[in-house]
Design a protein around this ligand. Structure first.
Ligand SMILES: [Zn+2]
Length: 449
């Protein structure tokens, strides 16, 4: 049994959905033999997309997983809590958008969840909702610096971040500068090089670095904690580190894409299947991400699970301004970090748990209910078998995406059992959870030191 701060060989007692006892000799109605395996706190993936930004339209491709499919992928991959990005649709308030996704999740989710409201239109009404939502336990907010509306409403966005911080809400920022990305994309199009093979050039590192510098300045100016989602480059990480070194609450997430893949893949014949925002980077950036995971300047790993069908993803009519970013990664995130990180010694097992469980729980106001194994905590556990070896095959995995960007990779270490609030939801590799059993989690303020 391992947590971020301790390990012991002991029995774990569960009663009423919570951890009731650690150690001693236990007898239970149901017993799981975890000999030879690691019992870890369930993973928290605070960056998933299981609801679409727009209402579905016939013939228009969309992300292919809902809360039910995403939950199955989570369970198979050892994730017991997810954080979904909830976009308001035309005319909806943030509260109305959250209510729509709360209803969808109540039907479909089989793991516990929080919803991050996405602020695209910082109207006076929307900003006024922030303290109210915080008092109702919705204490995270997502802003996209790359959307045109960020710069055209920069004053209001700054006010929203300030008010969010004062309400105990964590602001998640997508850090790519919109104008710099649009300029690079338009130049490629004008040069006749607008195909998806040039995706990396359409979203250069300088656009990410500039946005992260600005995010750090916004953090300093407002006093509000900032959570940078899916950071991808060495230059951007160095910008974040300079803010952290000054004692600013600048928190960093990276995603698996940037740990395992590089931009040369985008030029392969079906390279469009790898596209995300930011794009795949260079080998030195990959090394920088691993060093950030190890030294603590990167706090969490988030999958940014945003799956498409391979056909929608590689549609030849798309260009660098219309490409479909996002990949399926909920099921693969923890096993791959264990396999490529813990087994190789690049990150310790304790750091693995911080990155995938304890830190996201603290950042999003869920600790110690989530993120650890302690008496009184929710009994969210992963029994990870370090000997279990599988070759990734996206077609046979839980996501409705019919491929994985990691197809063919050998991964060593997978969940054998996943337990959510005391319910066994993965039993010897079989998913046994009912859709809708998941619960919404009331958040508190960030408690990350
Ligand atoms: Zn995302």
């Amino acid at each position: 049994m391992v947590t971020a701060g301790s390990s012991a060989e002991c029995d774990v007692g569960i009663s009423g959905g919570r951890i009731s006892q650690l150690g001693g000799s236990l007898r239970g109605r149901r017993e799981i033999d975890a000999a030879g395996a690691l019992v870890l706190p369930g993973g928290l993936d605070m960056h998933v997309h299981l609801s679409a930004p727009d209402a579905p339209q016939p013939g228009v491709p969309a992300w292919v997983d809902d809360f039910a499919a995403g939950s199955r992928a989570a369970i198979a991959g050892g994730v017991t809590t997810i954080g979904n990005m909830t976009f308001p649709r035309d005319g909806e308030s943030l509260r109305q958008a959250l209510d729509r996704d709360l209803a969808a999740a109540a039907d479909g989710a089989a793991v516990d969840y929080v919803l991050h409201a996405v602020l695209t239109d910082p109207s006076a009404e929307a900003i006024a909702e922030l303290p109210v939502l915080a008092s109702q336990g919705h204490q995270s907010l997502k802003l996209f610096m790359m959307f045109p509306g960020f710069d055209t409403h920069a004053d209001e966005m700054l006010a929203a971040i300030r008010i969010a911080g004062h309400s105990g809400t964590l602001t998640m920022l997508h850090c790519e500068d919109g104008a710099l990305v649009r300029a690079a994309s338009q130049r490629l199009l004008a040069e006749g090089r607008g195909g998806l093979a040039n995706w990396a050039g359409s979203r250069p590192v300088l656009a990410e670095r500039a946005a992260v510098e600005r995010a750090v300045a916004i953090c300093e100016a407002t006093g509000s904690p900032i959570y940078i989602v899916h950071l991808s480059s060495q230059a951007a990480l160095d910008s974040a580190r300079r803010g952290q070194a000054r004692g600013l609450p600048v928190f960093v997430e990276t995603r698996p894409l940037y740990l395992y893949l590089t931009s040369e893949l985008l030029r392969e014949p079906d390279g469009a299947k790898y596209i995300g925002c930011p794009p795949l980077r260079e080998p030195a950036d990959v090394e920088a991400m691993w060093s950030g995971l190890a030294d603590g300047s990167i706090h969490t790993l988030g999958s940014d699970h945003a799956p498409w069908s391979l056909q929608a993803k590689t549609d030849a009519s798309l260009d660098v301004t219309t490409g479909r970013p996002g990949v399926a990664d909920l099921e693969t995130m923890l096993p791959m970090l264990f396999s490529a990180g813990v087994r190789t010694g690049r990150v310790s097992l304790s750091r693995f748990i911080e990155l995938t469980s304890a830190n996201p729980a603290r950042l999003f106001g869920l600790y110690p209910r989530k993120g650890t194994i302690a008496v009184g905590s929710d009994a969210d556990l992963v029994v990870l078998d370090p000997q279990l070896r599988r070759t990734i095959d996206g077609r046979s995995m839980q996501s409705n995406a019919d491929y994985s960007v990691y197809d063919g990779q050998q991964v060593h270490g997978w969940p054998r059992f996943t337990v959510s609030r005391g319910d066994v939801v993965l039993a010897d590799g079989e998913i046994v959870a009912k859709s809708g059993r998941g619960q919404w989690l009331r958040q508190g303020p960030t408690t990350m030191p």
